[in-house]
Design a protein. Structure first.
Length: 455
């Protein structure tokens, strides 16, 4: 009625009327004629309400405006500069999502749901300032104890802005998403909400985000290490390989334009540069869900050449962080064949540290994945029992003892093994004896000690 929200209504009376209005509006359905609500919608956008300093008034005005957008959809009862002020208020109130213990938490959740369901922010996608503020506000507000539905509604709002916005997303929005993707505020076993939100957004809106994200990564890769860009840019550049790994986990097509640069890093004369590239590619190629080897065969060939890198430390990385994890995660993949050519060479590497790492890693894998054992490679590793380096000999002896114990634990006593298992594994103790010059008593004691340590 006339004067319901006039400028003369203030204090407790204003709060009471706004609360009543909210209760009425939330019960109205979209099929009702919204024309009678026009005077109230106009009153809600009055200067005294949009800029009211009372926080409870601000939130009640926001939820009522959200319902007005819903009831008047698809044509809101405000336009132009006034619409921008309304959306600024709505975004400011969404920042309250960060306080999940607030007495107004339920009302803020209602506001989020209404704005998400009606896709309200699609109305302002042509205003970069508002959209960038919205992205920053919602990412900052994300908390680990937010409900799944809150996260769903936030994703819907952000995705709608990307889907309906300009064909090329602004650099500021891409930067906000990347910052969320690299967020490490989660616990050791729980991924942060910001990371999950960024990952879901990058996956869902790939077509719209691809150009902006690939430009971002490419520009970052082209920056010289000594670039004087300030602390934030330097820190982001240090996280480049982590960003590449995360993007590959989401969709490797994000990396089409930057992988050639990464391939060049594999050939760099600087050890640190090659090592950093090898580290990230080890994780990317060997992860369980990776299809990078079939998608980018040229990069794979360049990467596999690092098995013969001049630096022993990089050859160790290739063995321990790529070859064996890859065999575990992709045992029947076509890459397995060339790998089985590289692995024996590293077991026989001229550098003792590489041989030690290779022998130790292979036997550890065999203990946990006996199905990966092959006599061909097993015999190459067994030969290291006679290695000229004492540490390698010890690793081979103790590793095979542990491996044989793991077989006994899985298969039972040797006399109960099937013919195939006896032929494949039964000769291991005898070989340890003959190669080491040990007595059966010594070998038995070693096996018993290993059994006790494993048990």
């Amino acid at each position: 009625r006339k004067g319901f929200l006039s400028a003369s209504v203030k204090g407790a009376s204003l709060l009471k009327k706004l609360t009543t209005l909210h209760e009425v509006l939330c019960r109205l359905t979209e099929d009702e004629d919204p024309k009678p609500l026009e005077p109230i919608a106009k009153a809600l956008t009055a200067e005294g309400l949009l800029n009211n300093k009372n926080k409870d008034v601000q939130l009640l005005v926001a939820v009522s405006l959200a319902d007005m957008i819903r009831l008047f959809a698809p044509h809101p009862p405000f336009k132009g500069a006034l619409a921008k002020r309304v959306f600024n208020l709505l975004i400011d109130q969404l920042a309250l999502l960060a306080d999940v213990k607030s007495p107004n938490a339920n009302r803020v959740s209602y506001l989020l749901e209404r704005l998400s369901v009606v896709r309200a922010f699609v109305l302002c996608v042509d205003d970069p300032e508002l959209v960038e503020k919205l992205f920053g506000t919602l990412f900052d507000a994300l908390q680990e104890n937010h409900s799944k539905m809150a996260a769903v509604h936030i994703l819907e709002i952000l995705a709608a802005c990307v889907d309906e916005g300009p064909s090329v997303v602004s650099a500021e929005i891409v930067d906000c998403i990347v910052e969320g993707l690299l967020d490490d505020s989660g616990s050791d076993d729980v991924v942060s909400q910001k990371h999950m939100m960024a990952s879901n957004l990058l996956s869902r809106c790939f077509d719209q985000l691809k150009e902006g994200v690939t430009d971002f990564v490419q520009n970052l890769m082209m920056l010289p290490d000594e670039a004087n860009d300030g602390e934030e840019e330097a820190a982001r550049r240090d996280q480049l390989h982590e960003l590449i790994f995360e993007l590959n986990s989401i969709n490797s097509e994000y990396l089409v334009t930057c992988l050639p640069t990464l391939e060049e890093e594999l050939k760099s004369p600087v050890d640190e540069t090659r090592s950093a590239a090898v580290h990230v590619l080890c994780a990317m190629f060997s992860s369980p869900s990776s299809r990078l080897s079939s998608t980018f065969p040229t990069l794979l060939r360049s990467f596999l050449s690092r098995f013969n890198d001049i630096t022993p430390e990089i050859r160790v990385i290739m063995m321990t962080q790529f070859a064996l994890p890859y065999l575990i995660n992709h045992p029947s993949d076509q890459v397995t064949t060339p790998l089985m050519d590289h692995i024996p060479a590293r077991v026989q590497d001229p550098d003792a540290s590489v041989r030690l790492a290779a022998v130790s890693a292979i036997l550890e894998v065999y203990c946990n994945h006996t199905e990966l054992y092959t006599p061909k490679l097993g015999n190459v590793v067994l030969a290291r029992i006679r290695d000229k380096d004492a540490a390698v000999r010890k690793a081979a002896q103790e590793g095979f003892a542990a491996f044989f114990v793991s077989l006994l634990q899985r298969k039972g006593d040797l006399q109960d093994w099937d013919k195939k298992s006896k032929k494949q594994f039964g000769g291991i103790p005898s070989y340890i004896l003959s190669a080491s010059g040990l007595s059966w008593v010594s070998v038995n004691n070693a096996l018993q000690n290993t059994l006790l340590s494993v048990g």
